[in-house]
Design a protein around this ligand. Structure first.
Ligand SMILES: Cc1ncc(COP(=O)(O)O)c(C=O)c1O
Length: 385
């Protein structure tokens, strides 16, 4: 376990001992063995490099080791995307007849996965408002619930779930999607949560140039997930893992800038007459700000806001920005704006969108690394159109 601050661990972790400051990019899909017995040993090994890249790759391993150390985890496993990680974890742990308790504020892809493939496979899902004290625990059915899933902060509502409450749930496995916080923003495992998952495509890799997911937790559990993952095949590419590790090296400075900028932008938006609500956990006015202060070191690069006039008004803003870019995804250097109801969460049934707080007038901003004043000015001119 690292004795340093996480910003330092981001620099020291994931080193292979070779002295090379940048990891080697191992592109090979297969490794030559010393003969039949050596080949047999490799075939029976768990989560090891040196055999076949779907089973393990040294560049991917360096990224996994860094992610594990940052989360204070015994081990981590990388995937070809955040959805690859989420789908593999769910199918590794749950079987037909099992039950999942899910926070009702989850990324649209996760909801589509739970409502589609999971239901089709006979895995039952109950959604609850995870921000309500005790709601997730109360929905657990003893002997049937295998997994409790929450996302905090949630995308795009910026709602929080109490990590101590999820960590206290025993019986089912507990999984927290911590993508919006990044490993420098909060550490769910330190609250007793079984597994933390990230779309490392976002803040961790941080440059919009890598599709990557990662799950971290106890070694025994990660090994079990690995056993399923090699069959599921959502394998991380070594090139993306290299970019993921490079992203980790600069995550500290990027996140610090993005968080300070996000707070200033959230404050400026709160004062705009056309904005009826701004959601950012760092704002004192956020309904769960006290919880955010308790469990988060930093409040993240994402915020959302509400304007009156519904989708037509939202369209005017998205079409009217000049510096900010209309695009999905988050955590990169470019500031992005999107309309969740018609993009990231379009696959979610309308009643579920409304129930989870996604409205036609909601816009989501991923704050990048441009000057804060320039971003504020651009959003203001688009709101004033
Ligand atoms: C919170 C959250 N979790 C998971 C995902 C899925 O990640 P990926 O796009 O890397 O599959 C996303 C994607 O936007 C996300 O925002």
């Amino acid at each position: 376990m690292s004795k340093h601050e996480p910003e330092t661990t981001a620099i020291t972790s994931g080193r292979d001992g070779s002295g090379s400051l940048s990891p080697a990019l191992w592109t090979s899909t297969t490794w030559q063995s010393a003969g039949l017995d050596d080949s047999n040993e490799h075939a029976l090994a768990t989560h090891k490099s040196g055999n076949y890249a779907r089973y393990g790759n040294p560049t991917v391993r360096a990224f996994e080791e860094a992610a594990a150390e940052l989360e204070g985890a015994q081990d981590a496993l990388a995937f070809g995307s955040g959805m690859g990680a989420i789908a593999s974890v769910v199918f590794a742990l749950c079987s037909s007849g099992d039950h999942i308790v899910a926070h009702n504020q989850l990324y649209g892809g996760t909801v589509a996965f739970l409502n589609g493939p999971c239901k089709r496979m006979g895995i039952d899902v109950t959604y609850v408002d995870g921000s309500k004290p005790g709601a997730l625990a109360a929905a657990v059915v003893k002997g049937k619930t295998m997994l409790v899933i929450a996302e905090t902060p949630s995308n795009p509502q910026m709602g929080l779930v109490d990590l101590a409450e999820i960590g206290a749930i025993k019986g089912p496995f507990t999984l927290v999607d911590s993508t919006l916080a990044t490993p420098l923003g909060q550490q769910p495992l330190s609250y007793g949560v079984s597994l933390v998952v990230h779309s490392a495509t976002k803040g961790i890799a941080g440059h919009n140039d890598a599709m990557l997911g990662v799950v971290a937790g106890e070694k025994e559990l990660i090994d079990a997930i690995w056993g399923y993952s090699v069959l599921h095949g959502a394998t991380a590419s070594p090139f993306d893992a290299l970019n993921g590790l490079r992203g980790i090296r600069t995550l500290g400075v990027r996140l610090a800038h993005q968080c300070s900028s996000a707070l200033s932008i959230a404050t400026a938006l709160s004062q705009h007459p056309r904005v009826s609500a701004v959601r950012y956990p760092g704002l004192a006015a956020h309904s769960q700000h006290a919880l955010a202060v308790r469990q988060m070191r930093q409040f993240g690069s994402l915020l959302s806001f509400e304007i009156s006039g519904g989708k037509d008004a939202a369209r005017k803003v998205v079409d009217g920005v000049r510096l900010v870019r209309p695009a999905v995804s988050l955590g990169g250097p470019e500031t992005l704006i999107c309309h969740p109801a018609s993009s990231t969460h379009v696959g979610m049934p309308l009643d579920a969108q409304i129930e989870s707080g996604i409205t036609d007038g909601m816009l989501r901003v991923s704050v990048g690394l441009e000057s804060t004043a320039d971003i504020v000015a651009d959003l203001q001119q688009a709101l004033d159109l």
